[in-house]
Design a protein around this ligand. Structure first.
Ligand code: FES
Ligand code: FES
Length: 206
């Protein structure tokens, strides 16, 4: 029996258990809560990983959620808050369909833990239009340029495009393509997407 094996009545929490939990959840952020110094029982570990209260400001509205630490932002938005405008494509950070803004910066919500957004401002595609329903200039430009076919990638494209303008990265066509390269379009509507971004940015005053 190795040094790390449980002995007698000692808690049955081995380093393997902790590593398995960490690997399964895909984050080291939980480690402080279950560090080896904490001689917790298996039940206590489960409790440490249970639901926590998280406050998110979403599209200007406060939301308090009981959420497990492994829930991604996109799942919280779609499944807990019914904000289904944000799409899931690959769920692995490769397609950009799930792009939203957190504190004004674009993030992939399939790779972002909802708990990590506690106290942050989240903007989704539903939050771009004015409260009166007037479309954001970038939304209007995508419509005007017919910059989609199936439309599945479009919310992510628009969120990324708005952020690109905010980042001051509106440059040549090649530069737009480069800074939009994280947003894939299986319908290959790229030429019209680039044209829409140019036009939308102009309407935004860029
Ligand atoms: S669903 Fe998030 S990057 Fe594809
Ligand atoms: S419009 Fe169909 S994936 Fe982009």
């Amino acid at each position: 029996m190795g040094e790390n094996a449980p002995k007698g009545d000692e808690p049955d929490v081995t380093r393997r258990t902790l590593l398995t939990l960490t690997a399964t959840l895909g984050t080291a952020a939980i480690l402080p809560a279950v560090s080896p110094e904490v001689r917790a029982s298996g039940q206590e570990v489960q409790s440490a990983l249970g639901a926590h209260q998280v406050e998110l400001q979403i599209n200007g509205q406060p939301h308090r959620l009981e959420i497990e630490p492994w829930v991604t932002l996109v799942d919280a938005l779609r499944e807990r808050l019914s904000l289904t405008g944000t799409k899931v494509g690959c769920n692995h950070g490769q397609c950009g369909a799930c792009t939203v803004h957190v504190d004004g910066r674009r993030v992939l919500s399939c790779l972002t833990l909802a708990a990590a957004c506690d106290g942050r401002n989240v903007t989704t595609i539903e939050g771009l239009a004015s409260p009166e329903g007037e479309l954001h200039p970038m939304q209007q430009a995508f419509i005007d340029h017919d910059a989609f076919q199936c439309g599945y990638c479009t919310p992510g494209q628009i969120m990324s495009a708005v952020a690109l303008v905010g980042e001051g990265r509106l440059g040549s066509e090649d530069e737009i393509r480069e800074y939009m390269s994280g947003n894939l379009c299986r319908c290959a509507a790229y030429p019209k997407i680039v044209a829409a971004i140019r036009d939308g940015a102009r309407s935004m005053g860029a």
